[in-house]
Design a protein around this ligand. Sequence first.
Ligand code: ADP
Ligand code: MG
Length: 476
Amino acid sequence: MSTDQHRWARVRERLRAEVGEDVYSSWFARMELDDAAGDTVKLSVPTRFLKSWIQSHYSEKVLACWQAEDPSCCRVELTVRSSIMARGPAPKNKADEVPLQRDGREIRLDGRDLRLAVPGPVTAVHDALGGSPLDPRLTFDTFVIGRCNTLAHAAAKQVAQGRRGEPIMFNPLYIHAGVGLGKTHLLQSLAWAGNHNSDRKVLYLTAEKFMYGFVSALRAQNAIAFKDALRSIDVLVIDDLQFLQGKSTQAEFCHTLNALIDAGRQVVVAADRPPSDLETLDERVRSRLAGGLVVEMGSLGEELRLEILKAKAAAAKLHHPGFDVPPAVLIFIARTVTHNGRDLEGALNRLLANSKLTGHPITLEMAEREIRDLIRPQEPKRVKIEDIQRVVARQYNVSRADLLSSRRTANVVRPRQVAMYLAKTLTLRSLPEIGRRFGGRDHTTVLHAVRKIENLVNTDSALAEEIELLKRQLQE
Ligand code: ADP
Ligand code: MG
């Protein structure tokens, strides 16, 4: 064992002693040391949830335990390990290979991604065009409608029912929502229904598939084949567009998008953010994407979560007749697993696995034990840029107009920088977007402000404290 690993073993023992065996085994058992060179220790955990939980509850403790063993350590960095090992069978060919990590984000690789598409005329056409596999469970029948997704659902349904030659109502249709809120479910429903109901061909592609399958297939062919391929598609559906990267891929995407829209074909896109926040895409593509119908799906309310759980439990029962989930357990899950649809599904899968393995009936006690780690702390409040400007202006005794103005006197410059810094750290807004909201400034100005404050916070403890206070006010 290396010195680092020895040290890591001692740090773990300290942690275990400090937090107790239960807490330790719940949160730290799967934490691994990746690197301890320099003054930064790099640790990893297998899931995003573990990462955020440890960060919000134990980051100081972990750092303190390291420092007790190694005083030169001043930072602990926690990352999510890529799930290469969990990947399963090797991909059949190059085009099926997808990167496991992009931008440090985890790409979901659960059973669904590995499932073979069901055979049949619908997928035969779809597969021939190089589409991503469709999950037979993700259809309009199993999609539960609630306040947060009514409009997106109606728009998707409308697209699915369209017929060749009919005028197109909105093009492109752009749906955005956070992780696990039903984008893929809705898009795949559209692809199934669209391919079933009419003479049209709907092609569903993840952005990865578009980059590594579709584009390279097109490149290998000549321009005429490219046009033929495009002509045969009536509806192009692209999921997770935020993962589209690379200049030449973008050019292909832009070309495809324009060719299809100009030829009167429907394009549907989903992403985790609005078009204006797709920073890697160039302005023309963004405005083209924003030029159709842009619909956001909000977070799932408790009632909708319960309906989704009921639907999923009923669907699971078809395959596993003994799978009886008492209503109280469903209510418990709907109330406590608040984050997104993916965790709801994960919770049910745990119960199913447990009841299969042990043969015990599902009870509330079992549910509480099994899904403990899926229960998240209250979602942090969404902070708005206006609120930041208001609170910062009040704190520094300047007006909001001053913050947005082009005045460069010291008494407004610093508050403005603080406000920009808070906008970057407390919201998901991009630098250009923040610049626009601060009186139409350039994104480099925002970046400069963010870096400036980041540096100052490390040396100026009064400012650091002030910023902590502002953050707390904004998040309350
Ligand atoms: P996204 O693509 O937005 O990250 P998914 O479409 O993969 O999210 O949804 C995650 C899980 O939640 C899936 O199991 C999906 O079936 C379920 N889900 C989300 N929204 C709904 C809904 N409205 N009705 C039924 N299931 C839903
Ligand atoms: Mg998705």
